[in-house]
Structure formats: C-alpha cells, structure tokens
Write a protein that binds this ligand. Structure first.
Ligand code: SUG
Length: 390
C-alpha cells in the first residue's frame, strides 16, 4: 500500500490586492493600500508549484474563485443589475464592501479546509471539513464556493466533504492552518494536532490582548468528532496568547510538522513543555520510534523575527528519497536569526537536509507564505481514482 501527500495550491486571481483587511496579520496591515501585482503573484505561486514537481512531489492546483463576490454585495443589500452597477453602487455607499468583495484571499488554501486522511478515521474515509472562515468578513465569503470545489475534486465515496461548521463566534474555523498531522510515514495512521486560540466555554482563560484569536476550541473539537478520529491520538492545544499578540494569527506561522518531524518555536503553545512531552510519549508508543522535535528558542529566533521571516510557514516535505526539504520564503535569507536557525536545522541530525528559498513577495505582503498557499491531502494509491483528474 502506497500513500502520497498531494499539495493543492491556490492560484492567485486577478483581483489580488492589499486592502489591510486582516486585523492581527501584521503584513496585511503594513502593506495596506500599496499597489499589488496579480500577474506576478500568480507567477510566483506557479514557480513554487514547479519546484515541488521537480522535487518529485505530487502537486495539484485549485482554481481561483469568481471575484468580485457579487452575491456577497447583494447579500449586503447593494442594488444593481450588472456587475458594474453593483460595484459602483457599493463604492458610493461603502468602499469597504468593495475591498471585501474583491478579496483574492482564497489563494491561501491552507485555510480552505481541514483534512483527515482515511488512515486516521474510524470509518476509513478521508474527511474534509471546509473552513467557515467566519472571523473575517472578506474570508467568510469563501466557504460556500470552497465546499463546491472540494466536492467536485474529491467526488468519490471514499471522500466525505462535510458542510462548513455553521457561522457563529463560538465556532470560527480557519482550516488546516491550525492543524498538523504527525506519523511515522504518510501511509500509516497519524496523530492529529488541533491548535485553537480561544475556548468559548472558558472565557476567563488566558486570552490575547491586542489581536483576535481566530480558531475556537469548540470548532476544532467538532471537526475531530466529525472526522471520526481516535481520541487517544487527537490533541487540542491552545496557541500562546503572547504569540497571537506578536502577529501569529494562525498556528502555521509558528510551527510546522511533516511525518515524524515537528518544528516549532518555544513560545507557540500554552503549557508547551507538558504538551510536547505527551506528544512525544504517544508518538513513541504508537510508532515505536521517536518524534524528531526541533524547538527553536526565543534567544535564537525572537518571536518578532519568526513572524518577519515566516520561517515556520515553510513547507516541510518528504522527497522520494525519504529525506526532507524546507521550502522557505526568501525573507528567511534576509532575517539573520532565521538564516542562522535554518543553517542549524540543516546541520543537526534530523531528516531535513535541504532548504529552498522562494520569492513569494506578492503573497507574503498579505501574510501568506509557502505553507499558506497549499492544502495537504494524504491519499492512498487506491483513492486517487476518486480525485478529479483535471
Ligand atoms: O487570512 N491575509 C490572509 C493570510 C492567510 C495566511 N494563511 C495561513 N497562515 N495559513 C489572512 O489573514 C489579507 C487580505 C488583505 O489585507 O487584503 C489576508 O486575508
């Protein structure tokens, strides 16, 4: 039995722009109202996909969504018979609505859905939960179309594409950006780690004070339940409020995992030492091998540098020769501490022996690095025929 990880990247659409819509995402705020270059953005994304193919990996692409979001504008009460009328009327009344309707944020497919491969679920189906993205106005309009696309791509009965969780402040869900799967190898059942920013059932708990937490514990738990995961192999960790306040709006800005390697910052999670120690124990008991943990400390890579370089938003992938490559944003070469950290990771005894730096400036300006641009789906060879061939 063979299994592959397929990366489904988003393709940047022609309305790619910098409207500063994501409070708590430092890059989005910093580049607000600057000029964007959609063609360059698309070419940068395609180049990354080509690099992945060259490494011998499985690469797929999801289409951009129809934009501007006319049904969004109509839903906001804007009148007009044609697209142009709708946009003109919205612009006169509330330019913010136009910014939201033009958002091309669906390029970040790490937020499209959470995926649990069939090996992990009790009913042996691949479960896919499209994210409701209800924490931001511009992204909330993605869920419906994402669900439609995913149902067309994963059309067979071996896949179950759920409805998004209903949109409610207690159930905000941002998809795979807050989910990591660890396993001895892709074809085996994995441990699934869900990371949430806030727990609506415990409003007194430690919360960020500057920026919003986007993922709730209730949402993560509901997804794990729907995906029929084994509770003894499922973890729910709270993201550290300090990290969120430093600009870590999604967990994939502060940690990344692939097979038996987990790379994270020491200030990523609440109660981190005990969380990691339990994870290591369960990994060892499940697979009979050690989890390789690469934990970078504040002294070596300050949180601010982690956010500026997006080191943890690198893609960590297993090549056909069994070794691993980090696909890093080229910003990592410019931030000295991040560059040193990567050199150290490459020199240490772990499977990561290659780093490739990619210029993704157009996406990075909105807070989207290499890992944001892809949705990982692990499929067994016999499941491939149920994925849309185009
Ligand atoms: O949701 N930026 C996206 C970036 C998503 C990054 N994805 C992951 N970390 N997986 C967001 O904040 C900016 C849009 C604007 O400002 O115009 C934006 O939506």
């Amino acid at each position: 039995m063979a299994a592959w990880e397929i990366n489904f990247d988003g393709l940047v659409g022609p309305t790619h722009n910098y409207a500063g819509l994501s409070f708590g995402n430092l890059a989005s705020a910093e580049h607000r109202n600057q000029s964007s270059h959609p063609r360059q953005a698309a070419l940068q994304g395609l180049k990354k996909m080509r690099v992945m193919k060259k490494l011998g990996l499985q690469q797929a692409v999801l289409p951009p969504m129809p934009r501007p979001g006319l049904s969004f504008l109509r839903g906001m009460g804007v009148g007009g018979r044609t697209a142009i009328e709708l946009v003109e009327n919205a612009w006169k009344d509330s330019p913010e609505l136009v910014a939201n309707a033009f958002s091309a944020a669906n390029m970040w497919t790490a937020n499209a859905a959470t995926v649990s491969p069939s090996a992990d679920s009790i009913d042996r189906r691949t479960h896919i939960s499209p994210a409701n993205l209800a924490s931001t106005l511009h992204r909330g309009q993605e869920a419906e179309f994402t669900t439609e696309i995913l149902r067309q791509v994963f059309h067979g009965d071996r896949f179950l594409v759920h409805d998004p969780l209903f949109k409610n402040v207690a159930l905000t869900d941002e998809g795979a950006a807050n989910h990591t799967r660890l396993t001895a190898s892709h074809d085996q059942a994995g441990l699934e780690l869900f990371v949430y920013g806030t727990d609506p059932c415990d409003p007194q708990s430690n919360q960020p004070t500057h920026f919003p937490a986007r993922q709730t514990k209730l949402a993560s738990q509901a997804i794990a339940r729907r995906h029929r995961l084994d509770p003894s192999k499922t973890f729910f960790w709270q993201q550290s409020p300090q990290a969120i306040d430093a600009g870590v709006f999604h967990n994939d800005v502060i940690s990344v995992g692939n097979e038996n390697v987990f790379l994270c910052h020491e200030l990523a999670f609440v109660d981190q030492p005990s969380c990691l120690s339990r994870l290591k124990d369960v990994f060892q008991q499940t697979f009979g091998n050690d989890l390789i943990l690469v934990e970078l400390c504040e002294q070596d890579l300050p949180l601010a540098d982690a956010v500026a370089s997006y080191l943890f938003n690198s893609q960590l992938v297993t090549r056909p020769d069994g070794k691993m490559t980090l696909i890093c944003p080229s910003d990592c070469e410019k931030v000295a501490s991040a560059k040193r950290a990567i050199q150290r990771i490459l020199a240490e005894p772990n499977p990561i022996d290659q780093a490739i730096f990619m210029d993704l400036r157009q996406s990075m300006n909105n807070g989207g690095g290499p890992a944001c641009l892809r949705l990982r789906v692990v499929v067994q060879d016999y499941e491939l025929e149920q994925i849309h061939s185009a």
